[in-house]
Design a protein around this ligand. Sequence first.
Ligand code: SAM
Length: 220
Amino acid sequence: MIKLIETEDGSHSLYSEEFQVSYHSKFGAIQETKHVFIDAGLRYKAVLKKDLKVLDIGFGTGLNAFMTLLEAEKKGLQVDYTGVEAFPVDWETAQKFNYAELTGHPEKEKDFHKLHGDNWGETIKYSDTFTATKLKQKFQDLNFDAQFDIIYFDAFAPGSQPELWEQPVMQIMHDALVKGGVLVTYCAKGDVKRTLKAIGFEVEKLLGPPGKREMTRAIK
Ligand SMILES: C[S@@+](CC[C@H](N)C(=O)[O-])C[C@H]1O[C@@H](n2cnc3c(N)ncnc32)[C@H](O)[C@@H]1O
């Protein structure tokens, strides 16, 4: 069972009873996404390059995808986004999310809904600045060659799904990045940072989003 919840900045999230965990920080879903993935990931890379390939692990509520679409338009980037998700949110639940309104872009509600369409495996052009492909697949089964500039690593926390934070999956992530590519995640656990370092990432500890002390950025 998955329940719709509201986080402290007013934005929605989901709570998974199966994994006993919420999809975002209880302090604010939009706040967290902006801080961890947009500011520390997309904006960080956009300083040097406007044409960016982003891999989202995983698609979930579509909030990372949606905020990336907004940022691409705002900053005139060319973003080619790929979102991976093994357990898609149902259409009815996706209609309830208040992300278009709370990001101050009610006019983009249609795009948000389109992101949740049954368009798995298709590459869809949303605008001149944003193209997206969703893959209904397990993270463990991915096998990309080096092509992404940024990975939003947004799996459930190691306490719920430890296997997603260990060497085999992190090696898949490393392989998927171009040299100089970055992986950003809300998680700052010592074990995870050690795994990233052992694979060959250069690991940075950054200030976390409101309510959290730290987050991690790993550079290939
Ligand atoms: C922390 S949630 C965040 C998702 C998303 N970034 C968002 O903003 O809603 C983690 C997501 O990973 C998905 N997931 C869990 N295990 C997975 C697996 N092994 N392969 C692919 N997706 C998985 C869950 O269904 C969930 O949507």
